[in-house]
Design a protein around this ligand. Structure first.
Ligand code: NIG
Ligand code: FE
Length: 417
């Protein structure tokens, strides 16, 4: 086969899009969604080659195969930048306890909560961990999520944390989505360890070097919270991780103020997540550091809605806002990023445009993947979702709460659903 023939076969035109949101890497006030009417996407080797109004398509693509999408609305595949989808068991008992008045913190302090999930997860072998997560990822795919970050953090020992991370590696060849792997060994101090400092030492001297050697994680995350890890321990872990070349993330200011957000900004973390109790000074520090705030309104709501991170403060401070499901068995058992976008608008006060960027390009920014996923720009992976025939505008995703209207999903230019 000659080279030119091969190239022709791998190039494809997707046309007939009444409205395409490209989600540009740099937002503008006039057109934050990068909307193109009567749009065409040219895909070559799984990647977006050209995108624009069909009438302006360059001549060179005249003879390539065409898929006509019949006048529908499309946008990039969604990016869920904060999940804990690898876990065993459930937390149905905790859920009942919370409805009867016990708090998340009280349940955790009593040895339930995350500890319950650790017990269930440790009982699984590597393939069983992957088997537990796969149906969750498949349902997420059906909801248009084509990139997923997954954290460890229910192993809490060298053996079990590495097993969790290896199960994520295994999942990479078992699902169509792009997966990003995060080590969250500092989730809570495991019950069998009496000295937290000793556990922090194990993370730094044993777990991180082995994770680095096996290339098992892109990011290192910590749960900076009273009842989990204090700022000094988080600093020790994150500074070591940074020196080893990992990207940095924090769960901070979720249940109360600890100073974790400020630490994240100081260390130029890629993202600080939750930030429900972050101060205005914290937000100014995030903006100055270029650190993304990952807002998780379903977790705040599910735990009783004490303190929502209102979008106005982040907007005013100039902080990039991403949204994620935080999918986990305890604080946010949802797989629905469209619903989270609705909560972003209805509960946090984001605009529909901010919420849509929050589940695409800004979520990609929270994973250091801007221009690779979450936007339909030349060079990005051709992940896109096509909405139902009767949807006329992309803003219907946050508007129609919990009713996704997705008819087709393409990953790397190929239909997957
Ligand atoms: O993001 N806050 C810590 N971690 C998770 C909850 C994990 C769990 O409860 O199992 C969160 O909310
Ligand atoms: Fe989380």
């Amino acid at each position: 086969m000659t080279k030119s023939k091969k190239d022709t076969r791998q190039t494809q035109r997707f046309c007939g899009l009444s409205q395409l949101s490209t989600m540009p890497v740099t937002s503008s006030d006039e057109d934050p969604l990068g909307i193109i009417e009567d749009a065409t996407i040219i895909v070559e080797n799984e990647t977006v080659r050209w995108v624009g109004p069909g009438a302006e398509e360059p001549q060179q693509y005249a003879d390539i195969p065409t898929v006509d999408l019949g006048g529908r609305v499309a946008l990039p595949g969604l990016v869920d930048c904060h999940t804990h989808v690898v876990y065993g068991g459930d937390r149905l008992e905790d859920f009942g306890r919370r409805t009867r008045g016990m708090t998340y913190e009280e349940i955790l302090a009593a040895g339930g909560g995350i500890h319950t999930t650790v017990n269930h997860t440790r009982a699984l072998d590597e393939q069983e961990m992957a088997d537990a997560a796969r149906p969750r990822l498949q349902r997420m795919l059906a909801k248009g999520i084509t990139t997923v970050e997954i954290k460890s953090g229910y192993g809490l020992s060298h053996t079990h944390e590495l097993r969790m991370l290896r199960s994520i590696q295994r999942l990479k060849s078992q699902v169509p989505q792009r997966l990003v792997s995060t080590f969250l060994g500092a989730h809570v101090v495991p019950k069998e360890v009496s000295d937290p400092a000793e556990y922090v030492d194990t993370i730094i001297t044993k777990m991180l070097p082995d994770i680095q050697a096996e290339k098992l994680a892109d990011f290192v995350d910590v749960f900076c919270e009273s009842g989990a890890f204090d700022v000094d321990s988080c600093r020790r872990i994150l500074e070591s991780a940074r020196d080893m070349g990992f990207g940095l993330k924090l769960h901070a200011e979720q249940l109360g103020w600890t100073g974790g957000t400020h630490l994240g900004a100081e260390l130029k973390a890629t993202s600080v997540d939750h930030v429900d109790h972050a101060s205005d000074e914290d937000l100014a520090a995030l903006a100055a550091a270029g650190t993304v705030a990952v807002l998780l309104p379903s977790a705040t709501l599910y735990l009783g809605g004490q303190s929502f991170p209102r979008a106005e403060r982040f907007r005013k401070a100039g902080v990039s806002m991403a949204l994620a499901t935080d999918c986990n068995p305890g604080s946010s058992p949802t797989e629905d990023l469209g619903l989270v976008a609705s909560l972003g608008c209805a509960v946090l006060g984001m605009t529909p445009e901010e919420a849509l960027r929050g589940i695409t390009v800004e979520a990609a920014r929270a994973l250091n993947l801007v221009g690779e996923v979450g936007s339909l720009v030349p060079g990005a992976r051709a992940d896109f979702i096509v909405l139902d025939e009767d949807v006329r505008d992309v803003r219907e995703i946050p508007y129609r709460m919990g009713c996704d209207r997705i008819s087709q999903i393409f990953v790397a230019g190929a239909p997957v659903h």
